[in-house]
Each structure stands twice: as structure tokens, then as C-alpha cells.
Design a protein around this ligand. Sequence first.
Ligand code: ATP
Length: 448
Amino acid sequence: MIKSMEKIISLAKRRGFIFPSSEIYGGLSSCYDYGPLGVELKNNIKRAWWKKIVQENEKVVGLDASILMNPKVWEASGHLKGFVDPLVECKKCHKRFRQDDLKENKCPDCGGELTEKKNFNLLFKTFMGPTEDQSSEIYLRPETAQGIFVNFKNVVQSSRMKIPFGIAQIGKSFRNEITPGNFIFRTREFEQMELEFFTYPKEAEKWYQYWKEQRFNWYLDLGIKKENLRLREHKSNELAHYAKGCSDIEYSFPFSTKSGEKEDKIWSELEGIAYRGDFDLIQHQTFSHEELAILDENGEKFIPHVIEPSAGVERPLLAFLIDAYEEVEGGRSITTESNKSEEVVLRLHKDLAPIKVAILPLSKKEPLIELARSIETDLRKYWMVQYDEISSIGRRYRRQDEIGTLYCLTVDFESLDDKKITIRDRDTMKQERISIMEIVPYLKEKLD
Ligand code: ATP
């Protein structure tokens, strides 16, 4: 089965995962809004990351720094000078490209001649306060990491964390990308989940290996198929001058190739894990004149080294959607009412599925509805639930399969007498009849 981007984008729109931003005004290039199911999926991804990185790890604490920061931060981090991409423009059709994306020195669209390359800074600039002059210039953060470095001292002093330890943050970042695209893969506004893990220099290599393994396994544990995931170590010419090592976790996306329209499997980055040495803390110490060194076991001052696993939220979200998408030829046995040729099942991991349970009464008659609604109210205390009484039961099952709902619960006339319902498992299609009293413990065992 070919999983095309077109099918994923269509499902995402149709079922309320992802909409183009400000669509009624014609949209805004590369900006997207997350609908009722998309926001659940996004929250579930962030929750799964936070649980693994912060909640379950005694060595990591969280942070939520502001998006707007003192502009000196970006001078120290090197973003003001160095956060640039090489921009070229076609003299004929005026399309713009990243020069390092091009195979040949001509416009890939019309073959026209290109301008000289210009370094284009990706920082979004705005003004703080009522005056619009240079002194009020300020930037939207292009990464969350710097908010962590500038709070290093605050966290050390307030939380009693001892090296090795990490600070984690999830939040929005902004980059004025030259060529956004591939749906939500490259956008100008996105979310990041970043961890800065501070270690003794002599232990940094060990932690670098540790975090590569941990992060790779996180994707596998959440259901990404092994054959679609790889860890790629950067070559020395790809590394930033201060970096001592960097690996990307890549997913094999069904993107169009750069040269043509053909869709192919293209390995693309979901997350980078970098061994950044002491570069960031030294830079901030130099620019802020605040000492950021701490004491080691022997009472000597040192600047910790940093391992940084840095993931987006949207790229993993797209990978989870693509990986979970399955078309079942000829339909699934229980839904044989219509003569459809294929059905879609979104086999999202139980922790990621936006809706855990759907309640489907078999009739719209009053006593049944009342019972179904009371079950719904009960389950809503624990999980995201959908109630659906519209259209045939086959269609309702298919709709739930398409959005990845884990359990469908049908309430029928017998339920009124025997106080039991039928529960169907999305993946095994197994149906069980269980007592209404048993629903919560049954689902708790399966879902928690
Ligand atoms: P790329 O080489 O694809 O531009 P990058 O190496 O610049 O990515 P990082 O700076 O390492 O990306 O950012 C860490 C993570 O943040 C990426 O792995 C990705 O998941 C996410 N990310 C970065 N830029 C974007 C973007 N423009 N849109 C969506 N997510 C992004």
C-alpha cells in the first residue's frame, strides 16, 4: 500500500486533525491550525514526552520560559549573526530557494538563471512597546533551548539539582524559513520539545550515547515501525563548530523528491541529539557577565557540558499519523453493510489516540439514549470520549476506525435488561459483552 501525503492531508482535514490557518481568508502560507482531534493528538504527544523525560526521570526538571527574550540572548547564542540560510532567487519566475537544496545552479521550476546567494537570517523580528526603532527590536525565539540556558543558574539555585541533571521545556518556536513545505513538516511557527542535559565533561560521551538510545526507543515504544526509523550520525563537516557530536532521528516520509513530483520515501529529521560541549553556557557567561560555573565533587569550578535532544512536535505528529495509517482492502468484517472496497484504520498507540472510547447506541429510542448518555458521562471523567448516534452502525464503526478510536462500545435493547454492553477492540476486532459496572475497570486495565 502506498501511503501518500495526499491521503494523509485529506484525512487530517476531513476528520478535524489539521486545517489550513485562517482558511476563510485564503489561508496563510505554511501555517496550520489543529482541530478537535489534532489538538488531542498534539497534547498526547507532548504528555508522552513530558512523562518520559520529566515525570519518570528523577534527574530532570521542567521549565516554561517566555517566547520573547532580551535580544542579547540571541547575540550570545550566535543566532543574530549565524542563523542564516543561503537564499537565491530565480530572475525569471522570482521563486526563492535555499541554495543548499538545489542540485544545479538554475531554477528547478522554470530553468531560469539564479541570483547570487544572499545570507538570509531566519529570526522573526518585531518591536516591543509603542516605538518602532532599533532600540525596541525584539525577536520571536527560534528555539526553546536558550530559555533553558539563561535559567541554568536559577534552576541550580532553586531546585538543588546536582550534576548530572537536565532541564526540559516544551513550547512554540518561530523560524522565517525560506522554503516551508511538506504539509506540517517545515513551517514557520512550530512547537519544540527540548532537553538540555548538563554533565561532567568526562561523562558527556556516556550520556550522549544514553540519550540517543532513549530517544530512539521513545518513538518505537509509541508504535513507529522500526523499518521506518533510523539514527543518522552527522559527518564531521555537518557539525556546528562547537559541537562534539550530533545524530538525527529520521523517519522515512512519503515526500515528493526535490527534483520532481514523484512521491518517494525520503529520510527526514524528526529530532536531533547533539553533544554541544560547554559552548552555550560559556557564551552566556561571557555576554551576561554572570558566572555560570558550578562546583564539582572536589570543590573546583567548572562549566558543565551539554547533551541536547531536540524534537519538534509537528514532525513526530506527522510521522505518527503516516505510520498508523492503514487501508484494509475489502473492508473489515464487522462493517459489511455498504459495498466499500477499502477502509482506513488509524492504528495509533493507545497513549496517542485522540479518542479512547466511542459510545454507539444501536437505536435513537429514548430509554437506550438515556442509558448510553449516562455511560458517556461516567467515562468522560477518565478519558476523551465520543458519543455518536447518527447514521448506520457500520458507518459509525468506520468513522471511529479512521480517527483511531481504541474501543467502540455499543448499547442495544438487551442492555436495558441485562445491564451489559458490547465492547469492540479497534485492532483485534474482538467483541466482548461486559457488564456496565465493569466498563471502567476493564478500560483502566487496557488503557493505563
Ligand atoms: P532542518 O535541518 O530540517 O531545518 P534543524 O536541524 O534546523 O532542522 P533543529 O534546529 O535541530 O532543526 O530543531 C530541532 C527540531 O525542531 C527538528 O528536529 C524538528 O523536529 C523541529 N523543527 C525545526 N525546524 C522546524 C520547522 N521549520 N518546522 C517544523 N519543525 C521544525
